[in-house]
Write a protein that binds this ligand. Structure first.
Ligand code: ZN
Ligand code: ZN
Length: 334
């Protein structure tokens, strides 16, 4: 019956939408830890992380006073995206950081200058492209030089904010809306621009979307060369086929480090929750609340805290979970 239903969907929406089920969090913590450290050539990393989807958690929804502000102009050479880097869709936080207004100018070459040898995306390139909504597309590495979607957690929109409040996508932009439609999962819709002027298209499964997706994560398809968002490493580009505009890489440094954490909201949620714990007795950690507030699974929280104890080592657990001790305490209602 399910098969029939799928067939029905496929007939209704031929090749338009991503046809595989979304399958985030399909590995154990240990497998993700291993995958996050994978090194070697792009194909080696793909082999080592085969079938792995990113870690994803719903986190908690938050709102900002600031809203998306994007102005697109052009001159002879470039399409110019002047953006405040605030997304135009729902925001979810699953790490301690919230999106903050940034003033970036991204220049997308109108004419692609193909390089003799593709330029590899390295960990120093944090922003590698821009979505159609003016928000940063990130390279696959985090600040520890590990593969971010395995080492960290993305939200339901395929993104998160860094400690400086720079919101960025690590995965297909599942909440991106263009012309009134969610397009991040549409394999054949453009979702953004690579800094070399080549289009980035929606989510593709490299085992199904042909012709073969190359090491830059693109292919010649329907008469044009384009990149794809992919389920697996490198998620967006693996290398630039064309010459990227260098000034785009300096934008992050230009933005003031006006980091904004979401601690306030976590604390608010604490206040509204019914804290367990009685008089005198040590309080029991409220894993359910922490899961909701931090977007970290109970299983992982318990692992980080170690065996039940009246005095769990919060400092070490917080470090493992990549949150502050205060946040962990507040989230666990201790
Ligand atoms: Zn990131
Ligand atoms: Zn394609």
């Amino acid at each position: 019956m399910k098969k029939l239903f799928h067939l029905f969907i496929l007939i209704l929406f031929p090749i338009k939408s991503f046809s595989t089920e979304l399958n985030f969090n399909n590995a154990s913590q240990q497998e993700y830890d291993e995958a996050a450290k994978a090194k070697g050539s792009l194909r080696t990393i793909q082999e080592k992380t085969k079938g792995l989807w990113p870690r994803m958690s719903e986190g908690r929804k938050y709102t900002l006073e600031e809203s998306n502000n994007l102005k697109i102009t052009e001159n002879e050479k470039f399409l110019i995206y002047k953006t405040n880097n605030i997304p135009d869709h729902d925001l979810f936080s699953n790490n301690p950081n919230c999106a903050t207004k940034k003033l970036y100018t991204f220049k997308i070459p109108k004419e692609i200058k193909y390089l003799d040898k593709p330029r590899k995306i390295t960990k120093d390139m944090q922003a590698i492209g821009v979505m159609l909504n003016g928000v940063v597309i990130a390279g696959p590495y985090d600040s520890e030089n590990k593969i971010a979607p395995y080492n960290r957690v993305v939200g339901p929109c395929g993104a998160h904010a860094d400690p400086q409040g720079m919101y960025h996508y690590h995965f297909a932009p599942m909440c991106l809306i263009s012309n009134g439609k969610k397009i991040g999962l549409e394999t054949n819709s453009q979702i953004g621009w690579s800094f070399d002027g080549i289009k980035i298209m929606g989510l593709a499964d490299r085992t199904k979307h042909k012709p073969l997706i190359d090491e830059a994560n693109g292919h010649e398809h329907d008469g044009e060369y384009h990149y794809h968002a992919t389920i697996d490493f490198p998620f967006f580009m693996g290398a630039y086929k064309g010459k990227p505009t260098t000034s785009n890489f300096n934008q992050k440094k230009k933005g003031k480090a006006s980091g904004r954490t979401c601690v306030g909201e976590a604390a608010l949620q604490k206040g509204s929750g019914k804290g367990p714990g009685g008089k005198g007795k040590p309080k029991k950690p409220n894993f359910k609340n922490a899961e909701k507030v931090l977007g970290i699974k109970t299983k992982d929280l318990k692992k980080a805290l170690g065996p039940p104890s009246p005095n769990p080592d919060l400092e070490s657990a917080a470090k493992q979970l990549n949150v502050s001790v205060e946040e962990l305490k507040a989230a666990l209602q201790l």
